[in-house]
Write a protein that binds this ligand. Structure first.
Ligand code: NCD
Length: 303
């Protein structure tokens, strides 16, 4: 039995299998509508979510399975003081697979240790978000047909943004990746992320403005400044509008360059970009359901 706690839990070969399966599901969804019949997915969300939770649930329903869970820790026994370990011991009696989001880094590791069913990390604090990365890889792969030799601009809150940490870890394993890290000084990625890039033999540059680097990018991955992870509101207010992508800034981009965002967006992408041919973030959210279908199937079948 396998869990998915961080993206490195999957080898590049296993990621390729999942991407292939997602492609098959996209091409022939009807063939998969009973694939997880009578199986149950529990979604334990101790933190807010729209896309991740609903795409997990839609994925399970489209596989013919059932869903149960909670969307708010206030409505679970966590509010009475129950530990993650005890909650998981219970939930594994009721479900065949668990997707869990938690504000504490490492909570899904604790969950996996106590679980006799697969546990999927649906985001743990400012740490990791492997299924968003699978969504991102699906989008990039379907767009470019490969994951090699791409220049990826990661822009915004690279310090607290868990999607960025997981995406960087994933892309480090593909030859020729070049990272352009675009953030204010205060929101630079943690050292472990830049160390990981160096150790992988990939290259990176750090810049403070997006305008100067837009022409070199294949992917511009925008992120929200993660208000809930700041220690004080004044710092958030000062940094929240560090980057605002608008249509004029995209004029310098390569024709094939795509703009991605895990969403939710606040101000960092002007709504006028939504209709721009570079925009892929809504498409990306749709792919999130298909790759989660692939992941659920694969984990239920014992990987
Ligand atoms: C992200 C998250 O929760 O980390 N959202 C998502 O899952 N699509 C990004 C964010 O909240 O900014």
């Amino acid at each position: 039995m396998r869990h998915l706690i961080e993206i490195q839990d999957l080898s590049p070969a296993e990621i390729a299998i999942l991407l292939q399966l997602a492609d098959e599901i996209i091409a022939r969804p009807a063939d998969f509508r009973d694939s997880a019949a009578r199986k149950k997915l529990a979604t334990l969300f101790y933190e807010p979510s729209t896309r991740t939770r609903l795409s997990f649930e839609a994925a399970m329903l489209d596989l013919g399975g059932h869903v149960l869970g909670f969307a708010d820790q206030g409505s679970s026994s966590a509010s009475k003081g129950e530990s993650v370990a005890d909650t998981i011991r219970m939930v594994q009696c009721y479900a065949d697979i668990i997707a869990m989001r938690h504000p504490k880094e490492g909570a899904p590791v604790v969950a996996a240790r106590h679980a006799s069913v697969p546990v999927i990390n649906a985001g743990d604090g400012g740490h990791n978000h492997p299924t968003q990365t699978l969504t991102d890889l699906t989008t990039i792969h379907r767009e470019f047909g490969h994951l090699d030799n791409l220049t990826i601009g990661l822009c915004g809150d690279l310090k607290f943004g868990r999607t960025v940490h997981s995406l960087a870890a994933a892309m480090c394993r593909y030859p020729g990746t070049h990272f352009v890290l675009i953030s204010p000084k205060e929101l630079c990625p943690p050292d472990y992320v830049t160390d990981m890039i160096c150790q992988s033999g990939r290259s990176y540059e750090q810049v403070r403005a997006m305008e100067e680097v837009i022409p070199e990018l294949d992917v511009l991955y925008m992120t929200r400044v993660q208000r809930e992870r700041f220690f004080n509101e004044a710092d958030y207010v000062r940094l929240k509008d560090s980057f605002i992508l608008d249509v004029p800034k995209l004029a310098a981009a390569k024709k094939e360059m795509i703009v991605m965002h895990p969403l939710p967006r606040v101000n960092e992408i002007s709504v006028t970009v939504d209709a721009d041919p570079h925009a892929r973030y809504f498409q990306q959210a749709l792919y999130g359901k298909f790759i989660r279908m692939a992941l659920i199937l694969w984990l239920l079948e014992g990987a």
